[in-house]
Design a protein around this ligand. Sequence first.
Ligand code: B12
Length: 343
Amino acid sequence: MKQGSLTIKTTAELAGLKPGTIRAWERRYQAVVAKRTQTGRRAYSIDDVEKLKLLSVLSQNGHFIGQIAKLTVVQLGSLKDTLPGAAAHFNELPEEAHRARALIGLGQKSSRLDNKNQLTYLSRILPQLREALKALDISKANQILNQSKIVLGSRSFVLDVLVPTFKTVGDLVASGAFDIVHEHALSSHARNHLGQLLQELNPWDTSPLSAVFATPEGDLHEFGSLMAATLFSGHGLNAKYLGPNLPTDNLAQAVVRSEANILVIGSSPLPEAVQKLSFSRFIHELDRKIPKQIEFWFGGPLANLDESLRGRKVRRFESLHQFDECIFQLISGGTRESSPPNT
Ligand code: B12
């Protein structure tokens, strides 16, 4: 068994990863180097499986894959022993969490939990999260956010936990059941979790696409843009998140300097009185200041602005699901086998 004799499918199953992740780690970082069969298929050894398992656990725990990929199995094993309560933590996770372990990090294309398990899990934790926020039990809320990140992976964490929770909390504030304190508590802790995820997922030096993420000047609602950046990175692409509310001059300079191929602008239904520039003026100023070969991708209400920018490729996304699906199609040339639970 020491010689490469396992197919990529079996290796992926044993290591708890997806074949695409193994291929990406191999191509980008030579994490393992498969032998080739006579017909040119990849063949892996048990040692490769061992290494891939360790890389999976470590990358989920904040280690950058690029920095650990070349370590030996023994070195990786020692590193794993330094994880705070790693073994105990992973042993405590439910069965579905074990299957989903590999999701945080590279190129996950959809949650490994099947739809039924995912729905069951979400229907349990979303009300718990809402109750924790209602009681301002911040440590419980963070515990739920942390666990769901591990169980579901970054994609589903964003689309199925954070997006609906923001919506619920927003609605509860509007109805008077929650107040601004609850909204701020959610914002500030969600910000921490997303910032941490983005750091774990980036940087991708060999990414074929790189995008700058921002919001219109005056728009402090950063979550659409930040979540989009996290989804983009989750696909192994290079996201440069600049934060909200940048003046057009500075944003345009940053886009040019960053050598990105895409500028992604997220937006919120900001009352006109609060907007610094109208959406229309904002994008036309950017259009003048940014070379035409850079694509503009608009998310949120800005996507409804039906103005064409001559000579520039523009994509519009009403939702983050749509954005995620589009990236998936761009990099894989196909559609997902199953829809996420709340589309
Ligand atoms: C959090 C929040 C804040 C936080 C933002 C913190 C931060 N760091 O981002 C703070 C406290 C700063 C804030 C301030 C204000 N807010 Co506010 N805020 C919200 C809240 C609760 C959530 C917004 C959010 O981030 N949602 C998460 C995102 C992901 O969801 P979403 O915006 O619905 O986005 C969906 C789509 O639009 C799209 N999308 C959005 N962005 C992007 C980006 C990309 C790239 C893509 C692909 C897709 C996409 O995808 C999402 C669905 O999949 C909403 C309430 C609500 N129900 O939405 C109010 C809300 C947006 N705020 C509102 C208002 C009025 C304000 C203030 C003017 C309040 C005030 N009087 O000061 C200020 C404006 C400040 C400013 N200049 O921007 C109003 C807007 C009202 C309207 N026009 O209809 C809302 C709707 C609340 C309400 N019901 O009154 N807010």
